[in-house]
Design a protein around this ligand. Sequence first.
Ligand code: DAT
Ligand code: MG
Length: 160
Amino acid sequence: MATLVKTFMPTERTFIAIKPDGVQRGLIGEILGRFERKGFKLIGLKQLIPSRDLAEQHYGVHRDRPFFKGLVDFITSGPVIAMVWEGDGVVASARRLIGATKPLESEPGTIRGDLAVNIGRNVIHGSDGLETANFEINLWFESTELNDWHPADQIWRVED
Ligand code: DAT
Ligand code: MG
């Protein structure tokens, strides 16, 4: 029964982006490696310089915040690595791997805790919930850019 439930349960996906500071600082491999080592599956990846329209939609919830313009200026200032990662509980788990937004609150061992000191230059974005993840994946990716595939070693990561 457990097997049946698992088989038919849609797998969770989240949207992750390495921001222009992470790309400029040569942290792409470091950050990708953390998600790979955890055991999540990369199903979409591209590099792009986001348009202003894309950035404003992505950060739409922050439209009225004083840092909004600076945030959009920053995220559109250079290449971003946009990704979709898949796995059980990946939305919340990715947020834990990323660490808190405020540098003083991001624990050592997290991406921000290890690699960032400034709230406006915190190297990575991750969706903050399931609904946001769906919205952001659809905003950044065409469905044809996402690949359903089966890692050869998947049986060593998840139970049947
Ligand atoms: P997160 O990226 O952890 O989801 P958020 O959604 O609250 O954080 O904010 C989005 C981004 O906006 C965040 O990564 C950095 C920037 N930001 C947030 N609060 C800020 C502030 N007080 N001053 C400057 N930039 C801020
Ligand atoms: Mg957020």
